[in-house]
Design a protein around this ligand. Structure first.
Ligand code: ADP
Ligand code: MG
Length: 524
């Protein structure tokens, strides 16, 4: 017998409530991690607002302790010179979870409509304070300010304040400031490491960081060259599952199934479209919304097993490029040797991806017991879960002695994977899964840069041996000069000695030897 007292109460959670309860899913698991994650989300939004739009990023990050009494409350302010946010969008961009301008198939850093809001939500939960935003787009007449909170129960923005900050005179960009509880001592090294690795992969950016202790770090722009901007693409048929196919069929403006397949997907022309339709037992002029669930299932199955569909195009991917990777590694790590490789596009499960690898050796790099690994996905540094990442697995199984490296050695390997769908492992999005195609590409990329290091190291070794031989010979120069002077008339012994030394030193200087002074020859 059901009575009111025993009846279950059913209701749905809003996205805000869900992430409020499960904030660790988005990286906000404890005060140290939250501070790091908040910095990261705001910096990534700043980068997304700049480099894909051809703007050289200038980003200012200020982290401050709010009061002397409370050790664990911080303000974070991140300013960029990006495209800005249209005033009408600001409340939802910061006050509604799962609201984004990036829900298109394009490779950006943010893709989930979560980052900024999680920082706002966490700040609100721990300090009760709302987020302050100052922004102007390139064409806006004014710079607008907002003070926004999230209504967790309804997942809608609460606008505490909005208005015109001042008339705009050509500035564009965004300043976001929020307050949250954090643990600076325990997040300090991660935040610095994150910014350093960001500066390596984006050396065309200028980043200033002021930390809570008042220390200011400046990562200067070391190149004007920027990666090709990512472009929006149509999905590849092999990457589409039944649910997505249903959504696409519902949303399309195409009048027939044939037109739908040709228009909404990449790699499908009329011939392919007709073949797929026939193999799925459908008709070309069916209306897209007429397909039954069974029809959709059959169509997706036929697509998955078709072997003649062209692989996805990769010209929408925004890789960093060998030159920029080298500049970044050189500027930040100051190594003795640096190299980089961008692999050709490849495909896994219908998603195009590109792997890049960089290598830096020697110089100011500290020797470690194994290669230090810098991992990136879509230009985002990945700092956690390294042990679970496919790139770590590949680096560790390589026999580095084969490439002339014995540990401890000053060796840094950079691995970057870019794709509209990075195969992350787990919810944290901090490590890449061991998808065979991806693993293979990573291995080829690392072996290529490793081979270049090997060539460099063996050349260096050869030169050192030659130099040692030359130094050994040098001690006979005075004797030789004396002997020659006796034979050749009118030439002084000292002259011959000087000439011979000059020739020897010139040869020695052409070698890449760490400290030239220890091999340059002089005989008194
Ligand atoms: P995501 O980055 O995944 O889209 P966010 O919650 O981090 O989700 O941001 C939501 C939206 O707010 C973004 O899609 C973007 O349109 C806008 N936005 C946030 N920060 C900035 C910024 N600094 N400059 C321009 N637009 C921004
Ligand atoms: Mg974001």
């Amino acid at each position: 017998m059901a009575s009111e007292a025993t009846a279950e109460k059913f209701r749905a959670l809003t996205p805000s409530e869900f992430f409020y309860r499960n904030r660790e899913l988005a990286g906000f698991s404890n005060p140290a991690r939250a501070l790091y994650q908040a910095v990261r989300e705001l910096v990534e939004n700043a980068l997304d607002a700049t480099d894909p739009h051809g703007i050289h990023p200038t980003i200012k990050v200020i982290l401050q302790k709010v009061s002397a009494e409370r050790d664990n409350v911080f303000s974070i302010s991140v300013e960029d010179n990006g495209i800005g946010i249209p005033a009408a969008q600001v409340p939802r961009a910061f006050g509604q979870l799962l609201y984004s301008s990036k829900y298109v198939l394009r490779q950006t850093r943010g893709m989930f409509g979560l980052g900024a809001k999680m920082a706002v939500l966490y700040g609100q939960m721990t300090t009760g304070k709302s987020v302050e935003v100052l922004t102007s787009t390139i064409t806006a007449k004014n710079i607008y300010y907002f003070n926004i909170a999230i209504d967790v129960k309804t997942n809608t923005p609460i606008i505490h304040e909005k208005g015109v900050y001042r008339k705009n005179n050509g500035w564009h960009g965004t300043v976001v400031k929020l307050y949250l509880e954090g643990d600076w001592t325990r997040s300090k090294s991660k935040i610095y490491e994150y910014l350093k690795r960001t500066a390596i992969i984006a050396p065309y950016a200028e980043i200033v960081f002021e930390d809570p202790e008042g220390t200011i770090t400046y990562f200067e722009r070391s190149t004007r060259k920027m990666p090709p901007p990512p472009r929006e693409v149509k999905p590849h048929p092999k990457g589409v599952d039944i649910e997505m196919m249903k959504m696409m069929l519902k949303a399309t403006k195409a009048k027939t199934l044939l037109e739908f397949l040709i228009k909404e997907f990449q790699s499908i022309g009329e011939v392919t479209a007709r073949r797929l339709i026939e193999n799925a037992g459908l008709l070309p002029d069916m209306k897209p919304h007429e397909l039954s669930t069974e029809d959709v299932e059959r169509l997706v199955r036929v697509i998955k097993s078709d072997t003649k569909i062209k692989p996805p195009s990769a010209n929408h991917l925004s890789y960093v490029g060998e030159e920029i990777i080298k500049v970044g590694l050189k500027a930040i790590l100051k190594p003795e040797f640096v190299t980089a490789v961008t692999r050709k596009p490849s495909v896994y499960e219908g998603h195009a991806f590109i792997v890049e690898a960089g290598l830096a050796y020697g110089g100011e790099i500290q020797p470690e017991d194994r290669p230090v690994l810098y991992r990136y996905a879509n230009k985002i540094p990945l700092l956690y879960d390294e042990g679970a990442d496919v790139a770590r697995k590949v680096v560790d199984r390589i026999d580095w002695s084969h490439y002339g490296v014995t540990f401890p050695a000053p060796l840094v390997i950079l691995v970057h994977i870019c794709s509209t769908k990075v195969p992350y492992k787990g919810v944290g999005k901090e490590s890449v899964a061991d998808v065979p195609e991806v693993e293979h590409e990573i291995e080829l990329a690392i072996r290529e840069v490793a081979r270049r290091l090997k060539r460099y190291l063996s050349k260096k070794k050869r030169e050192r041996e030659e130099a040692e031989r030359a130094v050994a010979i040098a001690k006979y120069i005075p004797d030789v000069a004396r002997g020659l002077a006796k034979i050749v008339n009118n030439v002084k012994e000292e002259m011959i000695e000087k000439e011979l030394l000059k020739m020897l030193n010139m040869k020695l200087k052409s070698f890449k030897i760490n400290s030239v002074s220890d091999v340059v020859v002089s005989i008194e």
